[in-house]
Design a protein around this ligand. Structure first.
Ligand code: IMP
Ligand code: MG
Length: 183
């Protein structure tokens, strides 16, 4: 594996991610048999996860994308969630599965699920690759999650710091010195 010099530790390797994602895909395929599944990827962090996950979903499904902003350049949610790109179509009678990279404070997803609920989706569930339960502020939990991780800022496999590192094929802990914090 090619290590990036800004990464302190690899948390999930490519091999581990592949196992996690195929297991999630299998479970989702079983539970969405006969439903109107739409995988809703939250841009941009979930694109890598989405692309891998959808290929492990064996039941018919549609995909769509939403883009929301909440972080800016820092490492914490600002609390203001803004819709940058909305879904392409109506979600009425659809079974939505929101695909997220990471559930942190939960503010982003709590805002999103509330918004989609008002549009009369038949069901709304959440599938997150990573879960940081220690940092939760909103009353929300994932229906499907890949891995529970400690409270550290991670990048790679879609996750960014200031829009960088999304292309790393693994999930790693970013050296705190990169964002100007103490080790
Ligand atoms: P929340 O609203 O605090 O749950 O924030 C969720 C969003 O914050 C995620 O979709 C990520 O884009 C971003 N985020 C939270 N924690 C991390 C992290 O450790 N690394 C990179 N992005 C993160
Ligand atoms: Mg992000």
């Amino acid at each position: 594996m090619i290590m990036n010099e800004d990464i302190k530790e690899v948390l999930l390797s490519e091999e581990e991610l592949e196992k996690i994602v195929s297991k999630l895909g299998k479970k989702i395929s079983e539970e969405y048999e006969g439903k109107n599944l739409v995988l809703v990827s939250v841009l941009k962090g979930s694109v890598v996860f989405m692309a891998d996950l959808m290929r492990h979903v064996t039941v018919p499904c549609e995909i769509d994308f939403m883009s929301v902003s909440s972080y800016g350049k820092g490492t914490k949610t600002s609390g203001n969630v803004k819709i940058i790109k909305d879904l392409d179509r109506s979600v009425e009678d659809m079974d939505l599965l929101i695909v997220e990279d990471i559930l942190d404070s939960g503010r982003t997803l709590s805002y999103l699920t509330e918004l989609l609920r008002q549009r009369n989706a038949r069901s709304i569930k959440i599938c997150t690759l990573l879960d940081k339960p220690d940092r939760r502020e909103a009353n929300i939990k994932a229906d499907y999650f890949g891995a529970v991780i400690p409270d550290a800022f991670v990048v790679g496999y879609g996750l960014d710091y200031a829009e960088k590192y999304r292309n790393l094929p693994y999930v790693g802990i970013l050296k705190p010195s990169v964002y100007g914090a103490e080790e």
